[in-house]
Ligand binder design. Structure first.
Ligand SMILES: Nc1nc2c(ncn2[C@@H]2O[C@H](COP(=O)(O)OP(=O)(O)OP(=O)(O)O)[C@@H](O)[C@H]2O)c(=O)[nH]1
Ligand SMILES: [Zn+2]
Length: 191
C-alpha cells in the first residue's frame, strides 16, 4: 500500500490544543490528533476512532460515536496522547451503504443483519493504516481507550503492549439501546 504523510500542524479546538498529521493510503485519508506534549509521553493514551459522519458531525443519537469522540478529545487534551481518526465510515462500508443499512434498520433489522443483507460482513474495517501511524509516531506501548475486542487484538498483533484499557462507555438512549445491545451480545463489545 502506498502511504503519504503530511507535515504536522497546530489545531486549537474547544477540547484543547492539539497537533495534527494526516495520512493518505490507497483508499482514505486519516488523521492523527496529538496532544501538544505527545513526544514527551512514554506511554500515551490512544483512541482509534472510526469515522461516523452522522454521529460525529450531525449528532445522531443512533450510535455513541460523537460522545465517544468528545470524551476522547477531552481526555487526550488533559492526559496526553493521541486520537487516530480512522476514516472508515460505517465500519468501512461507506456513507452511502450505511444510509441503506439504516433504512433496513428502520424496517427492524439490527446493525449486523442490515450489513449482511447488503452483502457486507458485519464489520469491514481494516486496521493496517493504524499500525503504520503508530509506528510512524514511535508508539511502542499505549493505554487504549476502547470497548472493542477487535481493536485490542489488532494492537496486540503489532507487538505493541497495551498497558491499560480504558472503557469508552456512553449512557444509552432510546434510539441507540438496541444498537448497543447488539454490539454487546453479538459483537463481543466490552459494554
Ligand atoms: N454499517 C454500520 N456502521 C455503523 C452503524 N452504526 C455505527 N456504525 C459505524 O461503526 C463505527 C463505530 O463503531 P462502534 O461499534 O461504535 O465502535 P468501535 O469503534 O467498534 O469500538 P469502540 O472503540 O469501543 O468505540 C463507525 O464507523 C460508525 O460509522 C450501523 O448501524 N451500520
Ligand atoms: Zn456513529
Amino acid at each position: 500500500m502506498n502511504i503519504e504523510k503530511s507535515n504536522i500542524a497546530k489545531l486549537p479546538t474547544k477540547h484543547g490544543n492539539f497537533k495534527i498529521k494526516a495520512y493518505k493510503d490507497d483508499y482514505q485519508e486519516h488523521l492523527a490528533i496529538m496532544s501538544e506534549d505527545f513526544e514527551k509521553i512514554e506511554v500515551p493514551y490512544v483512541r482509534i476512532h472510526s469515522e461516523c459522519l452522522t454521529g460525529d458531525a450531525l449528532g445522531s443519537l443512533k450510535c455513541d460515536c460523537q460522545e465517544q469522540l468528545n470524551l476522547a478529545l477531552d481526555f487526550i487534551a488533559k492526559n496526553g496522547g493521541l486520537v487516530i481518526y480512522h476514516k472508515q465510515e460505517g465500519r468501512n462500508i461507506g456513507l452511502f451503504n450505511k444510509v441503506n443499512a439504516y433504512s433496513l434498520q428502520d424496517l427492524g433489522r439490527n446493525t449486523i443483519e442490515a450489513n449482511l443483507e447488503l452483502g457486507f460482513k458485519e464489520d469491514e474495517r481494516d486496521y493496517s493504516i493504524i499500525g503504520y501511524i503508530l509506528e510512524d509516531l514511535g508508539v511502542k506501548k499505549l493505554k487504549l481507550i476502547t470497548n472493542n475486542p477487535k481493536k485490542i487484538e489488532y494492537v496486540e498483533s503489532l507487538g505493541i503492549q497495551i498497558v491499560e484499557r480504558i472503557p469508552a462507555i456512553i449512557e444509552a438512549n432510546k434510539y441507540n439501546e438496541k444498537y448497543l445491545a447488539t454490539k454487546k451480545e453479538q459483537m463481543g463489545h466490552l459494554l
